[in-house]
Design a protein around this ligand. Structure first.
Ligand code: ZN
Length: 112
């Protein structure tokens, strides 16, 4: 049997699982199961090949990327140093020589 946390309201140990919630049969308190667990949900960023990326990594661009709002193209094979991972649609913040500050997607790069 798995050990479930005691009820936070009455301290009963007879809590049981009901879907994503935990339920206390003694005081009828109901609470989300995951609130009791440590919040260890750091997002893992992976490049196109599945390598884990970290802040400060160097990557190369794996395909030509057109820049929004300009005619510039970041060429395949462009090296990008010192990336910063952000929780956004374009999840890499970086600076590229000749282009300045940019946002890229992890799926279009590969760790060097
Ligand atoms: Zn209770």
């Amino acid at each position: 049997m798995s050990t479930l946390p005691a009820c936070p309201q009455c301290n009963s140990e007879f809590t049981y699982e009901d879907g994503d919630n935990l339920v206390c049969p003694e005081c009828a308190h109901e609470w989300p199961r995951h609130a009791a667990e440590p919040t260890d949900t750091a997002k893992v960023y992976r490049d196109s090949a599945g390598n884990v990326l970290q802040d400060g990594d160097t990557v190369t661009v794996i395909k030509d990327l057109k820049l929004k709002g300009s005619s510039g193209v970041v060429k395949m094979g462009t090296k990008v140093k010192n990336i910063r991972l952000v929780d956004a649609d374009h999840d890499i913040d970086c600076k590229i020589d000749g282009f300045g500050a940019m946002s890229l997607k992890t799926e279009f790069v590969r760790k060097v």
